[in-house]
Design a protein around this ligand. Structure first.
Ligand SMILES: Cc1cc2nc3c(=O)[nH]c(=O)nc-3n(C[C@H](O)[C@H](O)[C@H](O)COP(=O)(O)OP(=O)(O)OC[C@H]3O[C@@H](n4cnc5c(N)ncnc54)[C@H](O)[C@@H]3O)c2cc1C
Length: 487
């Protein structure tokens, strides 16, 4: 967000800013309110109502597309409510304000021998944004989503009423608001179960794979014994080598395996190195990446990464810190700037289809092939294994996702959206789903085709009950939900 001016109002911190999706391909100016308490959240609703405006909730702004950009109204940013309210180091239960980031959470609990059950590929999301998106990690196949690790939350409704929700109490709201992308109310307190760890390191093994089938076979053979599995794919490579890549397979250490846990469990041990390859200050690496941010450059980088991966695959397993393994993308601060920084015209989108196991190989292979044929080759492709969960709008299926990063530039934007529309038809036809935290292309009619009808109808009923005036309305709501909620 880029601050233009500051104007306090009704005691709540407020400013007029440019608010954009993380991928920079969408953004607009808006008034941003930053409450510091549950009472101030309720006042934000009143402010929006009095101004005839809508409200969109925002955490760390790490959703690639428009999940936390405003429709036309104000933004409620929870980042000032960022206290760890309590942590029980016998049970691993953390009670958190909504703006606590994943970074703050792990830095608080790791020295006590705990790690969040579910983290995203970056540590900068807030727990509220993570819960609203129902994020998954590289262990989704084993432990589910962050919703599965959530014990309870408080949700402030537009009426000002605070609902305490868990699996027994307000169970419908619990299962709808997790993964509900902030359409029902504002999280003001979140209780998460974290997990015990006996070392600040995980044991990592690299496995190079020649094609998509080999990668999937490896995942299937190891999913009952590995704690984390993630695959990188070279999307440029075609023919017999289509889908070639590198798997990272990691396991937590058992009690007693780490000879010096007091050292490895420190925050200092987790810090990502300040220089890449010992040479380049990491803050400047995006400038180097920018020189390669075209098809030829990215083809070269992907090929080089594959060769390096083959060598890694021949080596021995190695120890890596939890932060180093989990937040690989944070190694290069602002790497997205390599995609260009012109507001809402350049940047990147991520397209992440989730496809059922039985058809995943064929559908994902076809997606890769169509991208290459259309001349829109993803610069980064990440493959994961998933399991279903009980949350109403969940993206997760018993199957596989393929997260594809596409470069956006004005000359090719229309063609890219057309390709995504074609891929969406393919995925929906195969019984697949999409993840709104990564999305900027799905239309309302697509939403109504890939989410189960009874879940959508129940969600629409809850939306009308919780927010009868439609005070909460962001860009994602307008694009992908409003039509069928109003129907
Ligand atoms: C580099 C990178 C890697 C990523 N890797 C992964 C990954 O591995 N797995 C994964 O699942 N996701 C991943 N993501 C996506 C990211 O985890 C989600 O977009 C997450 O929602 C971001 O949290 P945030 O705090 O930034 O929320 P925002 O993006 O600001 O908001 C996300 C949603 O939460 C809602 N919201 C925010 N605060 C509240 C509140 N108090 N009450 C109710 N609703 C609220 C917003 O309205 C919005 O709909 C990645 C993103 C990036 C940039």
């Amino acid at each position: 967000m880029h601050v233009l001016s500051l104007r306090p109002r009704a005691g709540i911190e407020s400013s007029y800013e440019y608010v954009e999706g993380w991928g920079m391909a969408v953004g607009m100016h808006a008034r941003v309110l930053r409450p510091r308490s549950t009472e101030e959240i309720a006042q934000c609703y009143e402010l929006a109502r009095a101004a005839g405006s809508t409200l969109t909730f925002r955490g760390g702004g790490n959703s690639y597309g428009d999940a936390s950009t405003p429709g036309a109204g104000m933004v409620l940013d929870v980042s000032r409510m960022n206290r760890v309210l309590s942590f029980d180091s016998t049970t691993g239960i953390a009670t958190l304000e909504p703006g606590v980031t994943i970074e703050k959470l792990w830095k608080t609990i790791l020295p006590l021998g705990f790690w969040p059950r579910v983290v995203s590929g970056t540590m900068f999301p807030t727990v509220a944004g993570a819960l609203a998106a129902n994020i998954h990690g590289k262990n989704n196949f084993a432990v589910g989503t962050i919703g599965d690790a959530c014990l309870e939350f408080d949700l402030v409704l537009p009426s000002g009423e605070v609902k305490t929700c868990n699996r027994e109490r307000e169970s419908e709201l619990f299962h709808a608001a997790i993964g509900g992308f902030g359409m029902l109310g504002c999280f003001s307190r979140i209780v998460l179960q974290t997990k015990r760890v006996y070392s600040g390191n995980v044991r990592v093994r690299g496995e190079s794979t020649r094609d998509l089938r080999e990668m999937m076979q490896y995942f299937e053979a190891h999913k009952c014994t590995s704690d984390y599995l993630v695959g990188w794919i070279d999307c440029f490579s075609g023919g017999d080598a289509s889908g070639r890549g590198l798997i990272h397979d990691a396991q937590n250490l058992h009690a007693g395996e780490d000879t010096d846990p007091a050292r490895s469990l420190t925050v200092a041990h987790q810090e990502l190195p300040a220089n890449i390859l010992g040479l380049f200050p990491k803050s400047q690496v995006w400038r180097i990446l920018r020189l390669f941010n075209h098809d030829l450059g990215m083809r070269t980088i992907n090929a080089a990464k594959y060769v390096a991966g083959r060598m890694e695959g021949m080596g021995q397993p190695y120890l890596q810190s939890h932060a180093g393994f989990s937040f690989l993308l944070d190694y290069v601060p602002n790497w997205k700037w390599a995609y260009g920084r012109a507001r809402a015209t350049h940047g990147l989108i991520q397209y992440q289809p989730f496809v059922p196991h039985a058809v995943a190989h064929d559908v994902h292979s076809e997606i890769l092939e169509r991208c290459r044929r259309a001349g829109h080759v993803p610069y980064l492709g990440v493959f994961k294994r998933h399991r279903p969960d009980p949350f109403w709008l969940t993206h997760a299926v018993d199957g596989w996702s393929f997260a594809l990063d596409f470069k956006v530039d004005p000359a090719r934007r229309e063609g890219l959206w057309k390709l995504c529309d074609e891929l969406t038809e393919l995925v929906i036809g195969a019984g697949g789903r999409f993840y709104f935290a990564k999305d900027l292309v799905i239309a309302a009619e697509d939403t109504a085709r890939f989410l189960p009808q009874e879940r959508l109808a129940a969600f629409a009923r809850l939306k009308r009950a919780c927010d009868p005036e439609t005070l909460i309305e962001g860009q994602l709501y307008r694009r992908a939900f409003r039509d069928w909620i109003a129907a």
